[in-house]
Write a protein that binds this ligand. Sequence first.
Ligand code: ATR
Length: 305
Amino acid sequence: MTDPVLMLHDLQSWSPAGTALAVLGHPIGHSLSPPMHNAALAALARTDARFADWKYFRFDVPPDDLPRALDLLHAKGFHGVNLTVPHKVIAYDRVATVDPAARPVGAVNTLHRTDRGWRGFNTDGYGLATAVRETLGRELGGAHVVLLGAGGAARGAAVECLQRRCASLAIVNRTRTNLDALLGILAPLAGGIPLRGFALEQLGGSAIAPPGALVINATSAGLRDSDPTPVELRDLPRPAAVFDMIYNPPQTALLRAARALDVPHANGLAMLVHQGAKSLEIWSGVPAGQTAPAMASAARAALAG
Ligand code: ATR
């Protein structure tokens, strides 16, 4: 049975029982995080009594209520929090401390309780790197990366690529101003790694990356079945592999184009799973690799259902 979607007023009357975790979003109804985490916690509890009373809840919190919700969650003794759309950037300025690795991302998706307040982390980059390795057998480190998009998801992906020392990073975006803003943020992190930006209309003809690059979609184009591909794959030098962060729908126009060209490709489900497993590692100390399989099964079952 699915747990109910809770609201701020449920939190106000919350009486603590066990070790509570939560995800906050708006909307939150379709989040796969509750089934993923509760499946992993149930699996852990079978062999480790410490986890018998851990439970993961979901709260629908509009952006204006986020500060109050974070204060209340801390006051009520919650152990950890996940943040999803639209809270990752808003929460960044609302936490007591931020993990240094998350600072260039400017967004947090995982909060861990400390006596002084919440400490913010971002596990999306770990999720991306681990998913690309697992599904495509490729490392971000040493790869020529073509990154599609210049929003929040792209910023996280770009920071991870640079931190892992990719060979080069070419960012393609529809809107030039957004692209330039992201390039400005990333420039101080590049440390000698070639970093270049291309507006969509510049594609076709320009050698944006050598053949054999890794293409990563971090745009929201593809979230609806009717969405066009964010870039014509044929306009790029033939890539070695394509990773789309979108997992629902499981096949985007970009992934269909990759399949048509016989290019190895994967959707973002594994990224969702591994960012979740890393969050649970931060809260529990259990290595992410240990809980990822239970999360993956639960995510697949929830999507199928
Ligand atoms: P997120 O937090 O998911 O990254 P965002 O910050 O709103 O969301 O960024 C959305 C990204 O998807 C942007 O790069 C956006 O391009 P623009 O900067 O041109 O807006 C990109 N995007 C959205 N729809 C798109 C489409 N149909 N084709 C190409 N890019 C698209």
